[in-house]
Design a protein around this ligand. Structure first.
Ligand code: PMP
Length: 435
């Protein structure tokens, strides 16, 4: 099928008339994308763009094997998990096989990251019989009531910190580039902040259900916590009887290259792990991976059922994604192309003072732009303008972090070395235009 070419002004007006203003879009005038192939998006004029942001299309856009598998199952049957079909157990077994630890052996299937986080929080509260949750500043975990309550990023909601419910307690993100603690001993210093919060009279310590964070701070721009930080935090949380939730919706599923899961990369074993986005490659699919005893706590609350969660089509989609990641060695590609990209970005950093630092690992990286390397003043308007210029040159890249001054790099995991080079060359050219 061929998309009809639309007038952007007319299309945006049509949306405005029937959609909420809060609905996000890319750019002032989003391009009209008609088709995709691997890491490329192609617009209605036939112009192609390298897609550096779509971490959902993990195996690449329009993957034929994925399309064939999903359409064949859709044409055959789509029903729900109350019936027997082997794809359901197949997918759960395959997820358990990726588990960062044998203790995480039980899967619950849902339809999105928000749902997975919501369910994770619910499991933690039921299992512990407690209420309080500690979350990191600058995090995003979803839009449902519970996942939104633990989302603290001021970019997503300027009132997030002030309006959070009483059961949500927040601590600083362990950002060694611009946070409170930067040098040696930063991991211990951030963990000590948490210990102090737990001991406060109105703190979360007494009634602690869980700690939730991304293992690598994706929404903050791919920030890597200092080595040992999460281990210290998990130890403290467990000493108070809480559970540790790793939100792997963005950074898990092979994206970091060196490890399939971000928690494994950080050397910790969560009690509950959430995954979505990449898991369905755009088909709505999410999961909670947890210990049997934690999952069994749900039984006391009655039945668990999600109408489309774990449907035959969802399971076939999930299996096709895992097959392609394995057969096309996409985690290995994230590792090797990610290393190449890191090297090239490091070289760019030497020549362009606007680049303060480059965060991240594998195919989750963040180029942080600053007006002054000493004050680290965020180059927010410059970042937006650079994204617009990159679009003109044929690269889709977007700002991240609370300050919107980080170019987030989280492309499909099939990104070729040539496309990585094209991105860096375009960035080099744009930064050379003077900012
Ligand atoms: N957790 C994280 C870390 C996310 O980045 C997101 C989405 N950006 C979510 C949860 C929510 O996922 P979804 O949009 O699928 O509900």
């Amino acid at each position: 099928p061929q998309a009809s070419v639309v007038d952007p002004a007319v299309e945006l007006a049509r949306r405005g008339a029937v959609m909420a203003a809060a609905q996000e879009k890319y750019y002032e005038r989003p391009p009209q994308i008609e088709r995709g192939w691997r890491e490329l998006l192609i617009d209605t004029r036939g112009r192609s763009y390298v897609d550096m942001v779509n971490n959902v299309a993990v195996i690449g856009h329009s993957h034929p094997r994925f399309g064939r598998a999903v359409s064949a199952q859709l044409a055959l049957l789509n029903t729900n998990s109350r019936f027997l079909y082997s794809a359901l157990a197949d997918l759960c077994e395959r997820i358990v096989a990726t588990s960062p630890d044998p203790s995480l052996d039980t899967v619950l299937l849902v339809n999105s990251g928000s749902e997975a986080v919501d369910l994770a929080l619910r499991l933690a509260r039921i299992h512990t019989g407690r209420n309080n949750v500690v979350a990191l500043r600058e995090g995003y975990h979803g839009w449902t009531m519970a996942s939104d309550a633990v989302s603290t990023s001021a970019f997503d909601n300027p009132h997030a910190a002030a309006s959070r419910p009483g059961w949500v307690h927040i601590v600083d993100a362990p950002n060694v580039y611009r946070g409170r603690h930067r040098g040696a001993g930063a991991a211990e210093a951030y963990a000590a902040d948490l210990a102090r919060l737990m001991d406060e009279a109105a703190g979360p310590g007494a009634d602690l259900a869980a700690f939730i964070s991304e293992p690598v701070l994706g929404n903050a721009g791919g920030v890597m916590p200092p080595a040992g930080y999460l281990a210290l935090v998990y130890e403290q949380i467990r000493a108070r009887g809480g559970l540790c939730i790793a939100d792997e919706v963005q950074v898990g599923y092979g994206r970091l290259g060196s490890h399939f899961w971000g928690s494994a990369q950080q050397g910790v074993v969560p009690d509950i792990l959430t995954v979505a986005k990449a898991m369905g490659n755009g088909y709505p699919l999410g999961a909670v991976l947890t210990r049997r005893d934690v999952a069994e706590s749900l039984a006391g609350e009655g039945n668990f059922f999600s109408s489309a969660g774990g449907s035959p089509v969802g399971c076939v989609a999930g299996l096709a994604v895992l097959d392609v990641i394995r057969d096309e060695s996409l985690q290995q590609n994230a590792d090797s192309v990610g290393r190449h990209l890191s090297g090239r970005l490091a070289e760019l950093t030497e020549r362009h003072p606007l680049i303060g630092t480059v965060h991240g690992l594998g195919l989750y990286q963040g180029v942080e732009l600053v007006r002054d390397r000493d004050t680290r003043e965020p180059a927010t308007s410059e970042t937006a303008a650079i994204c617009e210029r990159m679009l003109e040159l044929g690269v889709i890249v977007q700002p991240a972090s609370e300050r919107q001054n980080v170019l987030k790099i989280k492309p499909p995991l099939c990104l070729s070395r040539e496309s990585a080079d094209f991105f860096v060359d375009c960035l080099d050219e744009v930064l050379s235009e003077g900012w």
